[in-house]
Design a protein around this ligand. Structure first.
Ligand SMILES: C[S@@+](CC[C@H](N)C(=O)[O-])C[C@H]1O[C@@H](n2cnc3c(N)ncnc32)[C@H](O)[C@@H]1O
Length: 230
Protein backbone atom coordinates (compact mmCIF):
# COMPACT_ATOMS: atom_id res chain seq x y z
CA UNK A 1 0.00 0.00 0.00
CA UNK A 2 1.41 3.32 -0.98
CA UNK A 3 -0.07 5.43 1.81
CA UNK A 4 1.66 4.55 5.10
CA UNK A 5 -0.13 5.75 8.21
CA UNK A 6 2.61 8.34 8.82
CA UNK A 7 1.19 10.29 5.89
CA UNK A 8 -2.15 10.54 7.69
CA UNK A 9 -0.52 12.48 10.53
CA UNK A 10 -1.14 16.17 9.99
CA UNK A 11 -2.80 15.58 6.59
CA UNK A 12 -5.53 18.10 7.36
CA UNK A 13 -2.91 20.75 8.12
CA UNK A 14 -0.78 20.25 5.06
CA UNK A 15 -3.72 20.14 2.68
CA UNK A 16 -5.56 23.07 4.26
CA UNK A 17 -4.34 25.39 1.52
CA UNK A 18 -5.54 23.14 -1.33
CA UNK A 19 -8.96 24.44 -2.17
CA UNK A 20 -9.29 25.05 -5.90
CA UNK A 21 -10.43 21.48 -6.63
CA UNK A 22 -13.30 21.57 -4.12
CA UNK A 23 -15.70 23.86 -6.08
CA UNK A 24 -14.94 21.86 -9.22
CA UNK A 25 -15.99 18.53 -7.69
CA UNK A 26 -18.89 20.15 -5.81
CA UNK A 27 -20.10 21.52 -9.18
CA UNK A 28 -20.02 18.07 -10.78
CA UNK A 29 -21.83 16.60 -7.78
CA UNK A 30 -24.54 19.27 -8.00
CA UNK A 31 -25.16 18.26 -11.63
CA UNK A 32 -25.36 14.55 -10.81
CA UNK A 33 -28.80 13.14 -10.17
CA UNK A 34 -28.07 10.14 -7.98
CA UNK A 35 -25.46 8.44 -5.83
CA UNK A 36 -22.10 10.22 -5.33
CA UNK A 37 -18.91 8.25 -4.67
CA UNK A 38 -15.41 9.46 -3.86
CA UNK A 39 -12.54 7.04 -4.43
CA UNK A 40 -9.67 7.45 -1.93
CA UNK A 41 -11.78 9.78 0.18
CA UNK A 42 -8.99 10.38 2.70
CA UNK A 43 -10.01 12.75 5.51
CA UNK A 44 -13.10 13.92 3.64
CA UNK A 45 -11.49 17.17 2.52
CA UNK A 46 -13.63 17.14 -0.67
CA UNK A 47 -16.44 14.76 0.32
CA UNK A 48 -17.54 16.89 3.26
CA UNK A 49 -18.22 20.04 1.18
CA UNK A 50 -19.78 17.82 -1.52
CA UNK A 51 -22.21 16.35 1.02
CA UNK A 52 -22.87 19.72 2.63
CA UNK A 53 -23.50 21.61 -0.63
CA UNK A 54 -25.63 18.93 -2.31
CA UNK A 55 -27.39 17.56 0.76
CA UNK A 56 -26.94 14.14 -0.81
CA UNK A 57 -25.51 10.80 0.17
CA UNK A 58 -21.76 10.50 -0.46
CA UNK A 59 -20.00 7.16 -0.27
CA UNK A 60 -16.28 7.43 0.49
CA UNK A 61 -13.87 4.55 0.01
CA UNK A 62 -10.31 4.49 1.30
CA UNK A 63 -7.73 1.85 2.18
CA UNK A 64 -6.33 3.77 5.18
CA UNK A 65 -8.07 3.30 8.55
CA UNK A 66 -6.32 6.40 9.90
CA UNK A 67 -7.60 8.59 7.07
CA UNK A 68 -11.12 7.22 7.41
CA UNK A 69 -11.08 7.95 11.13
CA UNK A 70 -10.16 11.55 10.35
CA UNK A 71 -13.00 11.70 7.83
CA UNK A 72 -15.44 10.41 10.45
CA UNK A 73 -14.39 13.00 13.00
CA UNK A 74 -14.36 15.86 10.51
CA UNK A 75 -17.75 14.92 9.05
CA UNK A 76 -19.27 14.86 12.53
CA UNK A 77 -17.74 18.24 13.31
CA UNK A 78 -19.13 19.60 10.03
CA UNK A 79 -22.58 18.13 10.73
CA UNK A 80 -22.68 16.01 7.58
CA UNK A 81 -23.04 12.28 7.12
CA UNK A 82 -20.56 10.37 4.99
CA UNK A 83 -21.02 6.71 4.15
CA UNK A 84 -17.41 5.63 4.71
CA UNK A 85 -15.95 2.25 3.77
CA UNK A 86 -12.54 0.72 4.27
CA UNK A 87 -11.61 -0.77 0.92
CA UNK A 88 -9.48 -0.72 -2.16
CA UNK A 89 -10.68 1.25 -5.16
CA UNK A 90 -9.56 -1.62 -7.40
CA UNK A 91 -12.35 -3.71 -5.85
CA UNK A 92 -15.09 -1.10 -6.14
CA UNK A 93 -18.58 -2.54 -5.75
CA UNK A 94 -21.77 -0.61 -5.08
CA UNK A 95 -25.28 -1.68 -4.18
CA UNK A 96 -26.79 0.81 -6.61
CA UNK A 97 -25.32 2.45 -9.72
CA UNK A 98 -23.64 5.81 -9.17
CA UNK A 99 -24.35 9.09 -10.93
CA UNK A 100 -20.87 10.44 -10.20
CA UNK A 101 -17.63 8.77 -9.15
CA UNK A 102 -14.71 11.10 -8.59
CA UNK A 103 -11.12 10.81 -7.42
CA UNK A 104 -9.40 14.08 -6.42
CA UNK A 105 -5.86 14.87 -5.28
CA UNK A 106 -4.08 12.66 -7.82
CA UNK A 107 -4.98 9.59 -5.82
CA UNK A 108 -5.16 7.33 -8.88
CA UNK A 109 -1.38 7.77 -9.08
CA UNK A 110 -1.05 5.63 -5.95
CA UNK A 111 -1.97 2.62 -8.10
CA UNK A 112 1.32 1.04 -9.15
CA UNK A 113 0.62 -0.41 -12.56
CA UNK A 114 -1.49 0.00 -15.66
CA UNK A 115 -3.21 -3.25 -14.68
CA UNK A 116 -4.26 -1.75 -11.32
CA UNK A 117 -5.64 1.31 -13.07
CA UNK A 118 -7.37 -0.70 -15.77
CA UNK A 119 -9.06 -2.76 -13.07
CA UNK A 120 -10.15 0.41 -11.27
CA UNK A 121 -11.51 1.97 -14.46
CA UNK A 122 -13.38 -1.22 -15.33
CA UNK A 123 -14.92 -1.33 -11.84
CA UNK A 124 -15.87 2.34 -12.15
CA UNK A 125 -17.49 1.80 -15.56
CA UNK A 126 -19.37 -1.24 -14.22
CA UNK A 127 -20.74 0.69 -11.23
CA UNK A 128 -21.75 3.90 -13.03
CA UNK A 129 -25.24 4.20 -14.34
CA UNK A 130 -25.64 5.05 -18.05
CA UNK A 131 -24.78 8.73 -18.45
CA UNK A 132 -22.99 8.71 -15.10
CA UNK A 133 -19.65 10.50 -14.86
CA UNK A 134 -16.17 9.61 -13.67
CA UNK A 135 -13.87 12.57 -12.95
CA UNK A 136 -10.34 12.77 -11.59
CA UNK A 137 -7.21 14.88 -11.64
CA UNK A 138 -3.53 13.95 -11.82
CA UNK A 139 -0.34 15.85 -12.51
CA UNK A 140 1.25 15.90 -15.95
CA UNK A 141 4.67 14.68 -14.94
CA UNK A 142 7.52 17.19 -15.13
CA UNK A 143 10.79 15.30 -15.53
CA UNK A 144 12.91 18.44 -15.23
CA UNK A 145 11.34 19.35 -11.90
CA UNK A 146 11.60 15.75 -10.66
CA UNK A 147 15.26 15.54 -11.66
CA UNK A 148 16.07 18.81 -9.92
CA UNK A 149 14.37 17.69 -6.68
CA UNK A 150 15.72 14.13 -6.70
CA UNK A 151 17.36 13.42 -3.33
CA UNK A 152 16.91 17.03 -2.12
CA UNK A 153 15.26 17.18 1.30
CA UNK A 154 12.27 19.53 1.17
CA UNK A 155 11.56 21.58 4.27
CA UNK A 156 9.50 24.44 2.84
CA UNK A 157 5.95 24.04 1.63
CA UNK A 158 2.90 22.46 3.15
CA UNK A 159 4.12 18.85 3.42
CA UNK A 160 6.20 17.63 6.37
CA UNK A 161 9.96 17.49 5.64
CA UNK A 162 10.55 14.82 3.02
CA UNK A 163 12.94 13.73 0.31
CA UNK A 164 11.65 13.04 -3.22
CA UNK A 165 13.22 10.13 -5.10
CA UNK A 166 12.87 9.84 -8.83
CA UNK A 167 12.71 6.32 -10.28
CA UNK A 168 12.72 6.88 -14.03
CA UNK A 169 12.64 3.21 -15.02
CA UNK A 170 9.45 2.51 -13.12
CA UNK A 171 7.79 5.91 -13.75
CA UNK A 172 7.64 6.45 -10.01
CA UNK A 173 8.22 9.25 -7.51
CA UNK A 174 8.81 8.29 -3.88
CA UNK A 175 8.14 10.84 -1.16
CA UNK A 176 10.25 9.73 1.79
CA UNK A 177 9.53 11.20 5.23
CA UNK A 178 12.38 11.56 7.71
CA UNK A 179 11.26 8.39 9.53
CA UNK A 180 11.59 6.44 6.25
CA UNK A 181 7.84 6.16 5.57
CA UNK A 182 7.36 6.31 1.83
CA UNK A 183 4.40 7.22 -0.32
CA UNK A 184 4.83 6.48 -4.01
CA UNK A 185 3.18 8.00 -7.05
CA UNK A 186 3.35 6.25 -10.41
CA UNK A 187 2.84 8.91 -13.05
CA UNK A 188 0.78 8.31 -16.20
CA UNK A 189 0.98 9.95 -19.61
CA UNK A 190 -1.96 11.44 -21.46
CA UNK A 191 -2.00 8.41 -23.76
CA UNK A 192 -2.22 6.06 -20.79
CA UNK A 193 -5.26 7.95 -19.49
CA UNK A 194 -6.83 7.88 -22.94
CA UNK A 195 -6.14 4.14 -23.17
CA UNK A 196 -7.77 3.51 -19.80
CA UNK A 197 -10.84 5.53 -20.79
CA UNK A 198 -11.11 3.62 -24.07
CA UNK A 199 -10.53 0.19 -22.51
CA UNK A 200 -13.18 0.80 -19.86
CA UNK A 201 -15.72 1.89 -22.50
CA UNK A 202 -16.02 5.42 -21.17
CA UNK A 203 -16.26 8.61 -23.26
CA UNK A 204 -14.36 11.83 -22.70
CA UNK A 205 -16.55 14.78 -21.95
CA UNK A 206 -13.77 17.24 -21.10
CA UNK A 207 -10.05 17.40 -20.48
CA UNK A 208 -9.09 20.56 -18.65
CA UNK A 209 -5.64 21.81 -17.76
CA UNK A 210 -6.80 23.03 -14.35
CA UNK A 211 -9.86 23.59 -12.22
CA UNK A 212 -10.68 26.94 -13.83
CA UNK A 213 -12.01 25.19 -16.95
CA UNK A 214 -9.11 26.08 -19.27
CA UNK A 215 -8.56 23.46 -21.98
CA UNK A 216 -5.60 21.10 -21.51
CA UNK A 217 -2.69 21.92 -23.84
CA UNK A 218 1.03 21.21 -24.24
CA UNK A 219 1.90 23.55 -21.38
CA UNK A 220 -0.60 22.19 -18.87
CA UNK A 221 0.72 20.64 -15.70
CA UNK A 222 -2.50 19.01 -14.48
CA UNK A 223 -4.95 16.63 -16.15
CA UNK A 224 -8.54 17.22 -15.07
CA UNK A 225 -10.65 14.57 -16.78
CA UNK A 226 -14.42 14.35 -16.94
CA UNK A 227 -15.64 11.16 -18.60
CA UNK A 228 -19.03 9.54 -19.01
CA UNK A 229 -20.47 6.07 -19.29
CA UNK A 230 -22.43 6.08 -22.60
C1 LIG B 1 -3.60 12.37 -1.27
S1 LIG B 1 -4.77 11.46 -0.31
C2 LIG B 1 -6.28 12.09 -0.99
C3 LIG B 1 -7.39 12.18 0.00
C4 LIG B 1 -8.64 12.98 -0.43
N1 LIG B 1 -9.28 12.41 -1.60
C5 LIG B 1 -8.31 14.43 -0.73
O1 LIG B 1 -8.65 14.90 -1.82
O2 LIG B 1 -7.73 15.11 0.12
C6 LIG B 1 -4.62 9.86 -1.03
C7 LIG B 1 -5.55 8.82 -0.45
O3 LIG B 1 -5.56 7.67 -1.29
C8 LIG B 1 -5.79 6.54 -0.47
N2 LIG B 1 -5.46 5.34 -1.25
C9 LIG B 1 -4.26 5.01 -1.79
N3 LIG B 1 -4.36 3.86 -2.48
C10 LIG B 1 -5.67 3.47 -2.39
C11 LIG B 1 -6.42 2.36 -2.91
N4 LIG B 1 -5.82 1.43 -3.68
N5 LIG B 1 -7.73 2.28 -2.63
C12 LIG B 1 -8.34 3.21 -1.84
N6 LIG B 1 -7.69 4.28 -1.32
C13 LIG B 1 -6.37 4.41 -1.60
C14 LIG B 1 -4.89 6.82 0.73
O4 LIG B 1 -5.23 6.02 1.82
C15 LIG B 1 -5.14 8.31 0.93
O5 LIG B 1 -6.18 8.54 1.86
Amino acid sequence: MSWPEAFAVGYSDWTAEIADDVPFYVGLAAEADGLLVELAVGNGRVAIPVARETGRRVIGIDSSPAMLEQARVRATEAGVELDLHLGDMRDLELEEPAALIYCPARSLLHLPSWVDRRRTFERVAATLRPGGRFAWNAFAFDHQLAASLDGQRQVDGPMPPHTPRYAVGTNRIDLVLDDGSTSSLWWATKNEWLGLIDTAGLEIEALYGGFDGVQFDDNSSEYVFVTRRP
